[in-house]
Design a protein around this ligand. Structure first.
Ligand code: GLY
Length: 577
């Protein structure tokens, strides 16, 4: 599309994006007066919760009221959001969690990402001549990894929880029993995945009414899921990985072509990992390491731009967008070639996040021209020394902070709801490279280190992040949205710490994304003015307009108050006490 035709199509959509501009606010001081600022932002003295689901935020708040700590609240929110956002997350999925306790000088990280089943292998999604078969890794139970969420929550509860698990599960079980009206995002997801959902009678029964996908306002009651939650409440982890639920998962997924066995379920392992650590303008930044690529590349992007006069260039200027998106572009080259599950392949983490390496990468970014696909691939040796997920953030003033991203991968995961359990299995196997050079649901380039192996965890972009200043938490955040996660998190950090925006503004401001392949800048909702787009095109960037899907959930400790923001692009809620 030429620039003029793009301009024309943008102008046609002007009422929409001007509306978004008004709603979300732009980098001016007027945003504080918007309804959206009040609706999606909150302050508190003792605690703060930001999640993508209003009912889940309230479930977390209830736990604080019962005397629980932030870990208790996080566990309650995880179960609740599994009920409230079945399109994005659930017991059939997995995730990562970063935790700062009052005692630990630095955050801890927990990996409860799905694992490839024992029977998985590198060619499982390829056709007879080794060709990609896209839908196979996305639809149906063969696309599912062994779920890790329930194991993760029990692991964390055992170490840090203070209230009984039954108390933490109860709000979710009640929500599943009583139901809630379908909201627009959920209705969109059900409709978008209707053709897969209706293939499985159990999925169709829950998400269709009179032969049609549920619509906005229809009540979604998840009785089977409520029963599963109560079994977990009663029998603990075994209530999910064994007994009725475990048996149903193993038997029913295999009936429909899946390969998860009871043994796979029994052998699921939570991993405690060291978060990746970097520094940015005097702050210590902690984020998720492999099998997430997120933390490494957030640090890489921040390192590359750290010494540039971004504030002087200005937020939303062609120069700052060019620089930041070029840093993203180069980081994604490394993602393709170096990242995978570090239990299986060597990931040169320290080299990738080193300041010297960033210096070399920075030197290749020219002020006035974008790097081509091939140019950005050229690295040379390392310097010697070297659409759909959910996120919530919880903080309290006694020193606990939780930042957790959880997912079943694509909308409605594999689309397969395990009969009698209410559990939707993920389609996380699509996050593996089906073969070198193939791309996944998020169009990310598949590298050799991310090929399928039994028990391996697929590469992720989920980036729960906690930032400290002098040992104290300053900011904690994260977001859903596949590969866009890490660039949205990096930009929010830059907006808050470098452009010194108010937290709401830092979250609401227009964002962009570059992932090298495709070699273009993708500008999200409320796009920059056409003059800026034209300047970027003059520098050689291809610019595409498409919402990024990120829904940042952020909390900052601003001394007198804890400030929370749930991204105004979503339907979430921040609540403080
Ligand atoms: N499934 C999305 C991610 O892990 O990044």
């Amino acid at each position: 599309m030429t620039f003029s035709s793009k301009l024309l199509s943008l102008l046609k959509k002007a009422p929409l994006w001007l509306g978004l501009l008004f709603l979300f606010g732009c980098p001016s001081k007027s945003y504080k007066k918007t309804k959206s600022y009040k609706k999606y932002g909150a302050t508190g003295k003792r605690s703060m919760i930001s999640t993508q689901g209003p009912l889940s935020t309230k479930a977390g708040q209830l736990i604080f009221k019962k005397g629980g700590n932030a870990v208790d609240a996080a566990i309650a929110v995880s179960f609740a959001i599994s009920v409230e956002r079945p399109q994005s997350t659930g017991l059939g999925g997995g995730g990562f969690l970063l935790l700062k306790t009052p005692e630990s000088p630095t955050p801890l990280s927990f990996d409860f990402r799905e694992m490839a089943p024992n029977k998985s292998h590198q060619k499982m999604f390829l056709g007879p001549s080794g060709e990609e078969q896209k839908g196979k890794s996305i639809n149906g139970p063969l696309s599912a990894g062994v779920p890790g969420l329930v194991a993760g929550l029990f692991h964390i509860h055992k170490k840090f929880g203070t209230l009984p698990m039954e108390t933490l599960i109860e709000p979710a079980a009640k929500m599943a029993e009583e139901g809630f009206p379908v909201y627009p995002h959920l209705a969109r997801a059900i409709k978008a995945r209707a053709s897969v959902l209706k293939k499985y009678p159990s999925s169709k029964k829950l998400f269709f009414k009179n032969g049609e996908p549920l619509k906005v306002g229809d009540r979604l009651i998840q009785e089977d899921l409520a029963k599963t939650l109560r079994l977990i409440s009663h029998f603990g982890k075994k209530g999910f990985y064994g007994g009725f639920v475990g048996n149903q998962i193993a038997i029913e997924n295999q009936k429909e072509g899946g390969i998860i066995s009871l043994e796979d379920l029994a052998n699921y392992k939570v991993k405690e990992r060291k978060p990746v650590k970097g520094s940015y303008k005097g702050y210590d930044v902690y984020s998720m390491g492999p099998p997430s690529s997120g933390g490494i590349h957030i640090l890489q992007i921040l390192n590359i731009i750290e010494n540039d006069p971004l504030k002087k260039m200005g937020y939303g200027s062609a120069d700052s967008i060019h620089l930041i998106s070029s840093a993203m572009q180069t980081a994604f080259v490394d993602r393709a070639f170096h990242l995978g599950d570090s239990d299986f392949v060597k990931v040169p983490t320290q080299k990738l996040i080193s300041k010297n390496y960033a210096k070399m990468l920075r030197s290749r970014i020219k002020a006035n021209s974008a790097q081509t696909f091939e140019e950005s691939k050229m690295r040379g040796p390392f310097p010697k020394e070297s659409d759909e997920t959910t996120h919530f953030t919880i903080m309290d003033k006694s020193g606990w902070t939780v930042s957790s991203t959880q997912t079943i991968n694509g909308w409605m995961g594999s689309g397969f709801l395990v009969p009698g359990t209410g559990v939707i299995l993920n389609n996380e196997m699509d996050d593996f490279a089906q073969k070198v050079g193939a791309s996944n649901l998020f169009e990310a380039f598949g590298g050799e280190k991310n090929l399928i192996e039994p028990k391996k965890r697929p590469l992720s972009s989920m980036s729960p992040t906690i930032i400290l200043k002098d040992g104290k938490v300053k900011l904690a955040l994260g977001t859903p949205s596949g590969t866009r996660i890490l660039t949205c998190v990096a930009q929010t950090i830059i907006n808050y710490l470098t452009f010194e925006m108010d937290l709401y503004e830092a979250v609401a401001a227009t964002r962009f994304h570059h992932q090298w392949s495709p070699n273009e800048i993708r500008v999200g909702s409320n796009p920059f003015p056409t003059s800026i787009i034209s300047d970027l095109e003059k520098k050689g960037h291809k610019v595409k307009f498409k919402p990024l899907g990120c829904k940042i959930q952020a909390i900052a400790d601003e001394g007198a108050v804890l400030r929370g923001v749930s991204d105004p692009r979503g339907e979430g809620l921040s609540l403080g006490e």
